[in-house]
Write a protein that binds this ligand. Structure first.
Ligand code: 6R9
Length: 645
C-alpha cells in the first residue's frame, strides 16, 4: 500500500486553494472553459481587454488561440505594474557560484535595466518579431535579456550554456536570429565556461546574426569583433532607463525554445504572449501556494522551460521574490542548496529528482547541519521521482513538515499540468497526482482506444486544454500537427506513459518514444546517433536509454565500426568526447557497446525495443525476434552486454 500524506493542518490554514475549491474550479474549467478562463485571464493587465477566450481545435485544422483579440505586453506585466505597489521590493535575489557573491535587485532596478537594454537593442535595429538568441549563464542579465525582448516584441530563443558551438549554430540558423546575447565566460562550480569562444565559432556559419551583445561576467580574455560585438555595459550605460513597452497581440510570439523529439533535429517550440503569461503566473501562484513576500527558489537554468516559466515569467508576473542561482548543488560542497536556503530564508524550493538523488548519496548529516526552518513547501520537476527519493526529500530536507509538489509538464505545455495543489491534495510519493485546471488527461492503448478507470497507457490530453500550450513548431506547422496530433486523433500526445490508480491519481512512467530523459534533460536518440555516425570511424549507431541511479536514465550507445577499425578503450573515449563536442556534455554516452551488427527488421528498421531490453539487462523479455533479418545478432549483443562480468 502506498503511504498517503494528507495536507498538514498548519498548511491548510493559509493555503490558497482547498480541496473543495479545487473540485469546483476543476469542473468549471473543463465544462465551461470560456467562463473559467475568461475570469482568470484577468489576472494579467491587458492594454486592450479580450472579448474572445478560447479558440482551440486538436483535429482537422489544428489551431490553438486564447484571448486572441486582447493586447498586452509581457514585460510590463512582470515589471511596470508592480512599480507603484512594490517598486522597492526585491524582484531577484542572485546567488553567485562563489558563496561570497550575491545581490538583491528590486523591481524598480530591474525595470530600469530592462528599459536600458530594450533601448539599446532598438538602437541596434532589433524590431518586433525579430528573433534574438540568448546564450548566457545564470546571471541577472539573462532575465533582463528575456524581458527586454518581451518589451520590444522580439522573440527570444535561449540556448543552454552547456550546448556546443554546433548546437548553438543550428538553433541560431533555424530561426534566423538577428542578435546574439552572450557573456565572456560562465562560471559553474568554480570552472569557467567559454561562452564567447563558443559563440564566435558558432557565428562562423550564421549569416543572419549581425550583432552580438557581450556581458562581462569573469573578465576573461576574449576577442571582440569590431562592428559586430558590443559590450553590454557600454550599451546600457548610455541608454535611457525609460521605455514604452510595445503593444503585443495575445497571440504574438513571446519565445522559441528548442527541444529534442524522437526524430530529426530539435524542434523550435513556439509560445505566445497572453495565454502563456496567464498560465505561467496562475500555476506559479497556486501550485507553489505563493503568498506575497515569500522567497521562492527554482534551481533550474533559464536555458530550460522550467527557468522560463518558474524563475522568470510566472514569479515576476506575480510580483514574487525569485532566487536565481549561478552555481551547482555540490560546490563548494554538497550542502550548498541548504546553505543558500538558510542564507536567503527560502520558503519555497523547487528542484529536480536527479539533484535529490545525488545529494541523498552524501548522507543526512550534511543536510541536518543546516536549519532549513524557513522552508514551507518543496517541489520536484523534470522526471519521475522515485518514492525512495521522495521520502528522503520529505523527511530529511523538509523535516516531515513540507508538502512536496511533484509537477509533471513539458516544454510544449508551457506550464505545470499534473500536480498536487499543496492545500488541496493528499500526496502519494512518486505520483504527480491530479490535473491542474483545464487539463483533461486521457489514457489510451496502442490502438488509440481511450481507457477508463485504473489503467496503464499512453498519456494524451483532450480538449478544452489550457492557455499556456505551445502554438506551433517555429517555421513548420505541419511538423507540429504530425508530432503531437496525428498519433491519436483529436488529442495531444505527450510522448509519456502513465498509470492512473483507483483514486484517479496519475503516475508518470516515463517516455514511450525515442526520447531519453537524462537528469531531467531531454535528449533525442536520433540526435546522439547522428553525432556518432558523423565520426569517420563509425559505420552505424543506435542509442537507447537505460536505468541510471543518479541521472534517472543514462545514454547507452550501440556502435558498429567501419571495416578495419578495432574497438579500444581509446576509441571509446574519443567517441564520448566527440559527442560532447558535437552536442554538449549532457549528450555524452554513459556506455558504449561495440556491436558488429544491429537487430534490424527485413525492411532495415532498427528494433530499438530489443536494444532497450538488452541495455536494461532484461534478456528474458525480448519479445518476438523472428521478424529480424538476422536473429543471431541478438545473441551476440546479449553475450557482449556491457558491464556483465
Ligand atoms: C518541465 C520539463 C518533459 C518530459 C516529460 C516527462 C518528464 C517532467 C516530470 C516528468 C515525471 C514529473 N517529466 N516532469 N516525468 N514526473 N514530475 O521537464 O520539460 O524538458 O520538456 O521535459 O520530462 O517525460 O515528457 P521538458
Amino acid at each position: 500500500m502506498t503511504e498517503l500524506f494528507p495536507v498538514p493542518a498548519d498548511f491548510a490554514k493559509n493555503a490558497l486553494i482547498d480541496e473543495k475549491t479545487y473540485e469546483e474550479w476543476y469542473q468549471r474549467s473543463v465544462n465551461d472553459p470560456d467562463g473559467f478562463w475568461g475570469e482568470h485571464g484577468k489576472r494579467v493587465d491587458w492594454i486592450k481587454p479580450y472579448t474572445q477566450v478560447k479558440d482551440v481545435s486538436y483535429s482537422g485544422d489544428v489551431h490553438i488561440k486564447w484571448f486572441a483579440d486582447g493586447t498586452l505586453n509581457v514585460a510590463a506585466n512582470c515589471l511596470d505594474r508592480h512599480l507603484e505597489t512594490r517598486g522597492d521590493q526585491t524582484a531577484i535575489i542572485w546567488e553567485g557560484d562563489n558563496p561570497n557573491e550575491s545581490k538583491h535587485v528590486t523591481y524598480r532596478e530591474l525595470h530600469a535595466e530592462v528599459c536600458r537594454l530594450a533601448n539599446a537593442m532598438t538602437d541596434l535595429g532589433v524590431k518586433k518579431g525579430d528573433r534574438v538568441t540568448i546564450y548566457l549563464p545564470m546571471i541577472v542579465e539573462a532575465a533582463v535579456a528575456m524581458l527586454a525582448c518581451a518589451r520590444i516584441g522580439a522573440v527570444h530563443s535561449i540556448v543552454f550554456g552547456g550546448f556546443s558551438p554546433d548546437a548553438l549554430a543550428g538553433r541560431i540558423q533555424d530561426c534566423d536570429s538577428v542578435l546574439l546575447i552572450t557573456a565572456d565566460e560562465g562560471l559553474r562550480g568554480g570552472r569557467k565556461v567559454p561562452l564567447k569562444v563558443n559563440a564566435d565559432k558558432a557565428l562562423e556559419t550564421c549569416w543572419s546574426c549581425k550583432s552580438v551583445i557581450v556581458v562581462k561576467r569573469t573578465g576573461g580574455d576574449i576577442h571582440m569583433v569590431a562592428g559586430r560585438d558590443h559590450w553590454y555595459h557600454e550599451l546600457t550605460e548610455k541608454a535611457a532607463a525609460t521605455h514604452t513597452p510595445v503593444e503585443m497581440s495575445a497571440e504574438d510570439p513571446l519565445f522559441i525554445l528548442y527541444t529534442s523529439g524522437s526524430t530529426g533535429k530539435p524542434k523550435g517550440v513556439l509560445h505566445t504572449s497572453g495565454g502563456y503569461l496567464v498560465y505561467a503566473s496562475m500555476t506559479h501562484q497556486y501550485v507553489f501556494d505563493y503568498h506575497d513576500g515569500e522567497v521562492y527558489w527554482c534551481t533550474a537554468d533559464v536555458g530550460w522551460v522550467t527557468g522560463h516559466s518558474y524563475i522568470v515569467y510566472g514569479p515576476l508576473a506575480n510580483g514574487a521574490i525569485t532566487l536565481m542561482f549561478e552555481g551547482i548543488p555540490t560546490y563548494p560542497d554538497a550542502s550548498r542548496f541548504w546553505q543558500v536556503v538558510d542564507k536567503h530564508k527560502v520558503n519555497i524550493f523547487y528542484t529536480a529528482p536527479t539533484a535529490i538523488r545525488s545529494l541523498m548519496r552524501e548522507g543526512e548529516e550534511i543536510v541536518k547541519k543546516t536549519s532549513r526552518a524557513s522552508l514551507r513547501l518543496l517541489g520536484s520537476v523534470g522526471e519521475p521521482i522515485n518514492p525512495e527519493a521522495w521520502l528522503w526529500y520529505h523527511r530529511v530536507v523538509g523535516d516531515n513538515r513540507c508538502p512536496i509538489v511533484d509537477t509533471w509538464w513539458q516544454t510544449e505545455t508551457g506550464g505545470i499540468l499534473i500536480t498536487p495543489l499543496p492545500g488541496a491534495t493528499a500526496l502519494k510519493p512518486g505520483s504527480a497526482t491530479r490535473p491542474f485546471f483545464g487539463v483533461k488527461p486521457v489514457m489510451v492503448d496502442a490502438e488509440g482506444k481511450s481507457l477508463d478507470g485504473a489503467v496503464e497507457g499512453n498519456l494524451c490530453l483532450a480538449e478544452p486544454g489550457w492557455p499556456g500550450q505551445m502554438r506551433t513548431v517555429f517555421g513548420d506547422h505541419e511538423r507540429f500537427v504530425q508530432t503531437y496530433f496525428s498519433t491519436y486523433k483529436g488529442m495531444y500526445f505527450t510522448g509519456d506513459g502513465a498509470r492512473r490508480d483507483e483514486d484517479g491519481y496519475y503516475w508518470i512512467t516515463g517516455r514511450v518514444d525515442d526520447v531519453i530523459n537524462v537528469s531531467g534533460h531531454r535528449m533525442g536518440t536520433a540526435e546522439v546517433e547522428s553525432a556518432l555516425v558523423a565520426h569517420p570511424k563509425v559505420a552505424e549507431a543506435a542509442v537507447v536509454g537505460y536505468p541510471h541511479e543518479i541521472k534517472g536514465q543514462g545514454i547507452y550507445a550501440y556502435v558498429t565500426l567501419v571495416a578495419d577499425e578495432e574497438p579500444s578503450e581509446e576509441l571509446r573515449k574519443e567517441l564520448v568526447n566527440w559527442v560532447r563536442k558535437e552536442i554538449g556534455p549532457i549528450a555524452s554516452p554513459d556506455l558504449i557497446q561495440w556491436s558488429p551488427g544491429l537487430p534490424k527488421t527485413r525492411s532495415g528498421k532498427i528494433m530499438r525495443r530489443i536494444l532497450r531490453k538488452i541495455a536494461e539487462n532484461e534478456f528474458g523479455a525480448l519479445g518476438d525476434t523472428s521478424t529480424l533479418a538476422d536473429p543471431t545478432v541478438v545473441d551476440d549483443l546479449i553475450e557482449n552486454r556491457m558491464n556483465r562480468g
